[in-house]
Design a protein around this ligand. Sequence first.
Ligand SMILES: *Cc1c(COP(=O)(O)O)cnc(C)c1O
Length: 379
Amino acid sequence: MTDHVRVGRLREAIIDTDAITQNVRTIRQAVGVDVIAVVKADGYGHGAVRSAHAALRGGATMLGVADADEALRLRTAGIDAPVLAWLHAPGQDFRDAVAARITLGVSSIDQLAAVAAAAPPGVTPTVHLKLETGLGRNGVAPEKWPEICAYAARLERSGQITVEGLFSHLSNTSRGEDLESLAAFRHGESTAEQAGLHPRMRHIAATQAALTIPETRLNAVRVGIGIYGLSPVPGKTSADLNLHPAMTLVATVAATRRVRPGHGVSYGYTYRTGRRTTLALIPIGYADGIPRQASNTGPLVIDGRRFTVSGRVAMDQFVVDVGDHPVTVGDQAIIFGDPAEGAPAAAEWAAAANTIDYDIVTRIGPRVRRREDSHPNRS
Ligand SMILES: *Cc1c(COP(=O)(O)O)cnc(C)c1O
């Protein structure tokens, strides 16, 4: 592993943007259709702007975010690639988004009307109509679909909008259930065609379906977690999918102390030393996104050796019983990263905290500095 220690740094998330680029290439090759790179939630904690640039370098043809503010932030950073935003507030004003040529996912007739009404002179808003196919979130209900298609076709004929895409989102419950949703989507596509809509983009799969259910690839896939190198596929690791985790979370051992057997550790003394031992202080806590639920279970690596959090994770720090290993102040603790390089997997923290690795990377807080660094042994 490269030497990531930086004197004077408490903690940082090292972001390998080349890994993101390469993951996009790998996924594009695997799916054979356009990749919409999802960079919502600050690029799942990796930084939206750097993730967007890296994904576009890897051949993504569009970016996806949840809301229009996230899309506008990409524009402000100078990114002019197509950006799709699909989650909107009731009564939202779409003027800024339309003026910035953000493509809007539309889930209701009211939204479609608001988008059409938001166009400044000379701008035709571009929309993707979203059909609800079983997930129970947003999307137009199947019984309203013919009506919105007819309305959208009228708006398109009069030059007020461009319907560029149709989309939906899957539950990843099972292959069977996802194929049922796909069938509902296919039905919705033909309804749209009959209404006179011929959008060039059709997308329903996120990472998991894109990689495991080829029928769902249509002509584009919306890939989030996969571009960051994490696996959403049960039973498959990043390496199994040929993906490289892009975030390595590290902290610098801030203090060590030798203590007697029976010494309590951290709030509530949920851990007590079993023998004379060394405690190392790791200056990163739940305010930074380390799950408190991973108290006494979260893994880390110091100097090539694996340890486990001892006692409760506190707001700013936690403690590790490192036994007699020669851990010293200034050593780097790797909290998670690429298991192929000896780091714990984000998925291990997810298991320790009863959550998913999406949650582990996305929750890393603003107090953790992001630093871009490539892994020289990759490319
Ligand atoms: C977040 C999201 C995605 C990306 O999902 P991954 O599982 O991270 O690939 C795709 N589509 C929609 C609608 C989403 O909300």
